[in-house]
Design a binder for this molecule. Structure first.
Ligand code: ZN
Length: 193
């Protein structure tokens, strides 16, 4: 379908997510009102290497995790305000061993948990019990644990925070539309909020 025909189709469609051009979609109300922003500083752009239900490892309880490719030592910021309730930062980078992920977990006001995974060794920049505000620098990314390449895995759980906890879908309100979660291979720039 050519572009004009497609635009005509869009004019007729009652869909809010009518695609006009590659990557250009209207952000859903759920995204615009989301409590979450991308877990990295405004102005930074990183590529999603695994989104929701990705065939590699975002399955089962991890279905709604998102991976962003970034060099070891990249600044990680709080996607949402909360209290730091767990951190592990003693594991080394690049060992590729499951269970040896450096993790920082922030509990939010609705008792959901934001998890920042594969951080670099000694990469936590906050302490357990500390209150962090949205956008605050909290950690440095890495490549610890079961990871093929340096990246940040971010997800949100509800009900429990560490082992076998079901992740839930969240949208990031300060970036381009992603009605089905960030898409593998797409780059997402953190905009102001
Ligand atoms: Zn992941």
């Amino acid at each position: 379908m050519n572009h004009l025909a497609f635009m005509g189709f869009c004019a007729l469609a009652v869909l809010s997510a009518c695609k006009l051009d590659e990557g250009e979609l209207v952000a859903s109300p759920e995204q615009k009102s989301s409590e979450y922003v991308l877990p990295y500083p405004i102005g930074k752009t990183y590529t999603c290497t695994q989104g929701w239900n990705s065939r590699y490892s975002h399955q089962g309880v991890f279905s709604y995790g998102v991976d962003f490719s970034m060099p070891i030592g990249s600044t990680i910021t709080a996607a949402r305000s909360g209290r730091v309730i767990y951190l592990a930062e003693h594991f080394s980078d690049n060992d590729k061993e499951s269970g040896k992920e450096n993790i920082l977990i922030v509990m939010h006001s609705d008792s959901s948990f934001g998890r920042y995974v594969h951080l670099t060794q000694n990469g936590a920049l906050v302490d357990i019990g500390q209150i962090v505000t949205q956008g605050e620098t909290i950690a440095l990314s890495g490549n610890s644990g079961q990871s093929f390449a340096p990246h940040l895995h971010f997800d949100v759980t509800k009900g429990c925070e560490l082992r076998n906890c079901q992740t839930i879908p969240v949208f990031f309100r300060n970036t381009s539309p992603h009605p089905n979660g960030p898409v593998d291979g797409n780059a997402y720039t953190a905009g102001p909020y």
